[in-house]
Ligand binder design. Structure first.
Ligand code: IPM
Ligand code: MG
Length: 357
């Protein structure tokens, strides 16, 4: 029985709707297991720009750092798209990841048996898929300098830098190997070492680290091939470890194996406070209509329990309740199938809570 302070950042678009379901779920778990969760809301993204002019106010950074875990909805939207790069909602999210030292982003893509027909791929291709993408989150192309746009006219030049220090590669590689040790001991490191120098260093360091994990079978794959293999034969993968930009792209691709990006949760860890967020965006087109699938947020709560608060029993209970909800034929619009019952965001959240056992 514990007492936990949870920071909540609703953000923009469907962020508030899915966050509400995450909070309700934690409250229900608190009652069942005798924990006390207290919630404090902070601003980030477009909502913070509107209120303070800054996508990541200092009060948010300080508050989140003093809490036990962060639940994050989603940020961004057309309203803020034309702001300068460092004033955009996304810049706030990137700064927050960096401030929290959350360098390891775990993104599971699990195909539930109940949803094999929801994927755009053939059921026999996706059935049984269970992949963990370990994405480096605080370095690489997203943060490298120099960056910017310079010059004028036809000679205007835009540039970013993909840069990794060996120490950054080593620590994310270790997360990859540790994750593999807890699963089927297979790790695939994804890079572009046939072209990029930074990727050759990535590969060399991953191989060095592999000496500490003799039980793990390590393979390497170029990112273009990986993008192809993920839809050709996703079951060949177990744990994938890769850099920031490759992980961003491959995790969206992996999400579609499961039928909907509305299913994918993530945990960003490595710093003092874990950061838990759905991988879907703010989906402004469906915001405020009760259409959002809360299962990615509910999965993020499960990850907060498992990786952040170390409450394994409670995490298992959430996973089981989600499975039961799907087995009972309950669906949101994005994963709707013939013969199932379509629910809105709140009803789906409630259905999971009812099935906590
Ligand atoms: C993600 C998102 C973010 C990213 C955006 C919103 C900055 O796509 O979490 O995958 O690129 O990391
Ligand atoms: Mg992304």
């Amino acid at each position: 029985m514990g007492s936990y302070t949870i920071s909540v950042i609703h953000g923009d678009g469907i962020g508030p709707e899915v966050c509400a379901e995450g909070v309700r779920l934690l409250e229900a778990l608190g009652q069942r297991y005798g924990h006390s969760f207290s919630f404090t809301e902070y601003l980030a993204g477009g909502a913070a720009i509107d209120a303070t002019g800054d996508p990541l106010p200092q009060a948010t950074i300080d508050g989140v750092k003093a809490s036990d875990a962060l639940l994050f909805g989603a940020i961004g939207g057309p309203k803020w798209e034309n702001l300068p790069q460092d004033k955009k909602p996304e810049a706030g999210l990137l700064r927050l990841r960096k401030e929290l030292g959350a360098f390891a982003n775990l993104r599971p893509a699990i195909v539930f048996d109940e949803l094999v027909d929801a994927s755009t791929l053939k059921p026999e291709v996706v059935r049984g898929t269970d992949i963990m993408v370990v994405r480096e989150l605080t370095g690489g192309l997203y943060f490298g300098t120099p960056r910017g746009v310079e010059g004028s006219g036809a000679s205007r030049k835009g540039f970013n830098t993909m840069v990794y220090e060996a120490s950054e590669i080593e620590r994310i590689a270790r997360v990859g190997f540790e994750t593999a040790m807890l699963r089927s001991k297979k790790l695939c490191s994804v890079d572009k070492a046939n072209v990029l120098d930074v990727s050759q260093l990535w590969r060399d360091v991953v191989i060095e680290v592999s000496k500490d994990y003799p039980e793990v079978t390590l393979s390497h794959m170029y990112v273009d091939n990986c993008a192809m293999q993920l839809i050709r034969d996703p079951k060949q993968f177990d744990v994938i470890v890769t850099g920031n930009i490759f992980g961003d792209i491959l995790s969206d691709e992996a999400s579609q194996l499961t039928g909907s990006i509305g299913m994918l949760a993530s945990a960003s860890v490595g710093g003092p406070v874990g950061f838990f967020e759905p991988i879907h965006g703010s989906a402004p087109d469906i915001a405020g209509q009760g259409k959002a699938n809360p299962l990615a947020m509910i999965g993020s709560v499960e990850m907060a329990l498992r990786y952040g608060l170390k409450l394994e029993t409670e995490a298992d209970a959430v996973a089981a309740a989600v499975k039961k909800t799907l087995a009972d034929g309950l669906r949101t619009g994005d994963i709707m199938q013939p013969g199932c019952t379509q629910l809105d965001t709140q009803a789906m959240g409630a259905a999971v809570i009812e099935r906590l056992g």
